[in-house]
Design a protein around this ligand. Structure first.
Ligand code: IVH
Length: 707
């Protein structure tokens, strides 16, 4: 086969595989046998091997890219990704409808009810029909670039199918929404892809996939995921797409971000879903059209009855106005749209026997009572432990060992004991005595103020910072996904490392040798190697992860990022005064005090030096220097040609010292072009754009000008 023949065959194969992928992963109606599919796929791989020039980034073979990433890049959302307000009762749904009606007096309102998928919110960006970037919601403004991971999800089209809404008979009912007046008109024309299409949805792990994944983790001695949502989030945070490809992830889409250059835009939610479906996306299993609060309540009830049959976990119903024009009038608050609300289903409850109470010691020394339960099935998983919060909670609810208790689990929340079933008391139950020393190290305990606001004085804490439970907790926290993200650094391994004295703080991790780790229980050479590679890779992590990983009181991931934006290096953070720290957005007095106090402890200072010696990155990629004060603050300069006295570097330094910025190219945003002899095209451009042109002498005057 020559190259041009190969090209033709290749195009056919790509098209066929895409069609079969869509049938299998999106419509769940396979059109060929697995065997036949494999044959096509292998033919494609063979062709790519023979003619590597054929491979395009959106080829079906490129779903799993070979290289793990060091860290996710950050993506700025062009339109913010907002959240929704929650409601829990029919009453609140009625209030919501009345509220929106007041914003849109005399208008007929039509509502859509969607299942609220309990997964991870994502934004998918398509440029000229090709999937180019996928990101997490993050803080709503900036998220992680998880493109490589999302590419492994086969129901995310690598290339948009052409908008042919309506060709599929199944869509007709959605398109012809009752008295919407007109049908959505992209039915006949095969539409060109919009130049930019951002699609919003939820990535999730199927309920079945979640059970399977946890079973595998259990038998590998790894920590299990608490629920499908955490498992999906954890999977998408993996830096190695090859691992992600093995997780049964999927998506449902329900919204748009920025769209540019579309031949026509949907005007309503139902049209939009049909539009997205015609591009090849998976949309919600069912949606309801409603015209009143009563119909909404009925739809919410019906969804509650059918949602257990969906492949994904749902935790509520999302109510939204159908009409985009009406949405625009209703508008947004700073956090959420006024035209939509989430209805959350009540947490599921179960009754079971409280067999005993144990007390766990966390990384901050907090003693948490844990209920040991007769295993019971609740909301998708078997529960044998639940939190009892603290001593006062047990006393207030008069919870006794041997009681039948009610436990509750809501979405991502850890199961909790919520009540005692008093009618089942026999009199044989025993009251629980809270330990007066640390159950782990027998040290003194005290009711000390906590990390979380409001827990002052309720939580008992172990006062020995060398308590093995605290040591383990600190190291596990350092390794956690949200912190330094060291795969394999879970409970089982850390417990052994601490027990035999190989590790007593996080800096010790960087001195571990392969034979030491490989010799541990349930380890073996391969997992030991993987773990140590993870440890080595963590040296490159961005500063905020390190700051968060250290577990400094009050420094959560959000605060750590704020510090990373405000300071270029770890040393700058540590050298900063309380005042300088509070100059950072989101950093208040209490946090600043805590950072300063942390650094005041000689043991922590020593830890910093050991981390430095181990070669950890202390620089912040998030750092955003503030526009400086000075006579040139906010001004942008471009240098061109040779200046009489100053070198280019000297001129740049002068401008920056006076608060200005130097840019490499001339645009409308340029304030001054500083021209010397033999100035080139930049001077021409400045003249064309009417940018002010000055010489060196004028520049020096501006720099010196204090007004
Ligand atoms: S619409 C402006 N529809 O729930 C936000 N969201 O609690 C409009 N979610 O951030 C979102 N299923 O991540 C919408 N059918 C659905 C949804 C859904 C799940 C998530 C979404 C959102 C969160 C709000």
């Amino acid at each position: 086969m020559n190259f041009s023949e190969a090209q033709v065959r290749y195009a056919q194969l790509v098209e066929q595989i895409r069609r079969h992928d869509h049938a299998y992963y999106v419509r769940a109606q396979p059109t060929i046998s697995d065997r036949e599919y494999d044959r096509l796929y292998h033919e494609l791989l063979d062709l790519e091997k023979q003619f590597p020039a054929l491979i395009t980034p959106d080829s079906p073979s490129q779903r799993v890219s070979g290289q793990p990433l060091k860290e996710f890049k950050q993506v700025q959302h062009r339109l913010p990704m907002l959240s929704l307000d929650n409601t829990y009762s029919q009453e609140e749904v009625r209030d919501f409808v009345n509220r929106v009606q007041k914003l849109l007096p005399n208008e007929k309102l039509e509502w859509i009810v969607d299942p609220k998928v309990d997964g991870v919110a994502i934004n998918l960006r398509y440029e000229n029909g090709v999937f180019t970037c996928g990101s997490t919601r993050g803080d709503g403004t900036t998220g992680d670039d998880i493109t490589a991971n999302l590419k492994t999800i086969r129901s995310i089209p690598a290339r948009l199918r052409h908008g042919t809404a309506g060709l599929d008979a199944g869509k007709a009912s959605v398109l012809a929404s009752p008295d919407s007046g007109q049908l959505f008109e992209s039915q006949s024309s095969r539409e060109r892809s919009p130049s930019l299409l951002e699609v919003r949805g939820e990535a999730y792990l199927t309920k079945a996939g979640f059970e399977k994944l946890n079973a595998e983790r259990r038998s590998a001695g790894e920590e299990e995921f608490a629920n499908p949502r955490n498992a999906a989030a954890g999977s998408l945070k993996q830096l190695d797409p090859r691992i992600v490809a093995k997780r049964p992830l999927d998506i449902v889409v329900y919204g748009l971000g920025l769209v540019e250059g579309a031949a026509q835009m949907p005007q309503q939610h139902d049209q939009m879903l049909a539009w997205l479906k015609s591009f090849g996306f998976k949309t919600p299993d069912r949606t309801w059209h409603c015209r009143s609060a009563e119909e909404l309540v009925a739809a919410i009830d019906e969804l509650d009855r059918v949602r257990r049959s969906f492949a994904y976990e749902t935790d509520g119903a999302v109510i939204k106005l159908n009409s985009f024009a009406q949405r625009e009038v209703a508008g947004f608050t700073s956090k959420a749209p006024r035209w939509s609300i989430a209805y959350k289903y009540a947490a599921e409850q179960a009754e079971t026997l409280l067999k005993g109470i144990t007390v766990q010691v966390g990384r901050t020394g907090a003693l948490t009572p844990v209920a040991e339960l007769e295993p019971v099935f609740l909301a998708g998983s078997t529960i044998s432990r639940a939190t009892l919060h603290n001593e006062d909670y047990i006393r207030q609810k008069d919870i006794r060992i041997g009681d039948t208790v009610k436990i509750e689990k809501a979405g991502e929340v850890i199961p909790a004991v919520v009540d005692v079933v008093l009618t089942k008391r026999t009199g044989k139950e025993a009251t629980f005595r809270f330990p007066t020393t640390c159950p782990e190290c027998s040290s003194k305990v005290a009711r000390a103020p906590g990390i979380v606001e409001g827990d002052e004085g309720v939580v008992w804490r172990c006062l020995n910072s060398d308590c093995p439970a605290q040591v383990r907790g600190r190291i596990e926290h350092w390794c956690a996904r949200g912190a330094m993200d060291i795969e394999g650094g879970g409970e089982v391994l850390v417990r052994q490392l601490v027990q035999i004295g190989l590790v007593s703080d996080v800096a010790d991790l960087y001195r571990l040798k392969l034979p030491e780790v490989a010799g541990l229980e349930r380890m073996g050479e391969k997992s030991a190697r993987n773990f140590l590679e993870g440890v080595a890779a963590s040296k490159e992590r961005d500063l905020w992860r390190l700051l968060f990983g250290l577990g400094i009181l009050h420094v959560g991931a959000g605060v750590a990022k704020a510090l990373g934006r405000g300071f270029p290096t770890f040393d700058d953070v540590l050298a900063a005064s309380v005042d300088q720290l509070t100059d950072c957005e989101d950093v208040g007095e209490v946090i600043a005090q805590s950072v300063v106090q942390w650094h005041g402890d000689p043991r922590n200072r020593k830890l910093v030096e050991r981390l430095r010696a181990a070669g950890l990155n202390f620089n912040s990629q998030l750092y955003q220097p503030k526009a400086k004060a000075g006579p040139l603050a906010g001004r942008t300069f471009v240098l061109t040609g040779t200046l009489p006295k100053l070198t280019r570097e000297e001129a740049t330094a002068k401008i920056e010292a006076a608060g200005g910025k130097v840019s490499g190219s001339v645009s409308k945003k340029t304030d001054y072009v500083v021209a010397g002899t033999e100035a080139g095209s930049k001077l021409d451009k400045a003249q064309k754009l009417g940018v002010k042109i000055i010489d060196e002498a004028e520049l020096l005057r501006l720099c010196a000008d204090q007004n």
